[in-house]
Design a protein around this ligand. Structure first.
Ligand code: CUA
Length: 163
């Protein structure tokens, strides 16, 4: 090979290796975060008949349910223009799984203090788990436009200090 050929070959290699290594690295990062760290998009966990919410578990008992030591389930039904319930209480340090759905149109559940940002869709059940390490009040709002009183649709989590 002439000197010029070798240089060209090295240039090509310098482009080809990263173009293979980068996607392989990204795929590895995706697999590690998805399966190792369990980081994934909050999604639909099951479907229900939106017309039968009040008789369908777990929405036949909306509110906070203790499901284990320090673990709670917050069952929330969104409807124009309220959350049922709009106020929930859990002790400091709790791990809370929000299980939500909508009675009518698409609503949202945005709880900035605890990294919760999901959609509540009629017929679908949304599930997302978070923690409340510090006592205080954590307001949440509907962040999907759902009609004339959308801006009034809000609630709060009250995290009570351990005595
Ligand atoms: Cu419900 Cu906006």
């Amino acid at each position: 090979m002439a000197k010029n050929d070798t240089t060209l070959y090295l240039y090509e290699l310098a482009w080809m290796l990263p173009s293979v290594a980068l996607p392989v690295g990204m795929l590895a990062a995706l697999l590690v975060t998805a399966f190792g760290a369990h980081i994934h998009l909050p999604g639909q966990s099951m479907t229900i008949d939106a017309a039968q919410i009040d008789t369908t578990a777990p929405f036949d008992q909306p509110g906070i349910v203790n499901v284990g030591p320090g673990r709670y389930e917050a069952r929330i039904i969104a409807a124009i223009w309220t959350f049922n319930p709009a106020e929930l209480r859990v002790p400091e340090g709790s791990e809370v799984t929000f299980v939500g759905t909508s009675r009518d149109v698409i609503h949202g559940l945005f709880l900035p203090g605890a990294d919760v940002n999901v959609m509540l869709i009629p017929g679908q059940v949304t599930r997302i788990t978070t923690r409340f390490p510090k006592a205080g009040e954590y307001p949440f709002v509907c962040h999907e436009y759902c009609g004339i009183a959308h801006h009034t649709m809000a609630g709060k989590i009250i995290v009570e200090p351990l005595k």
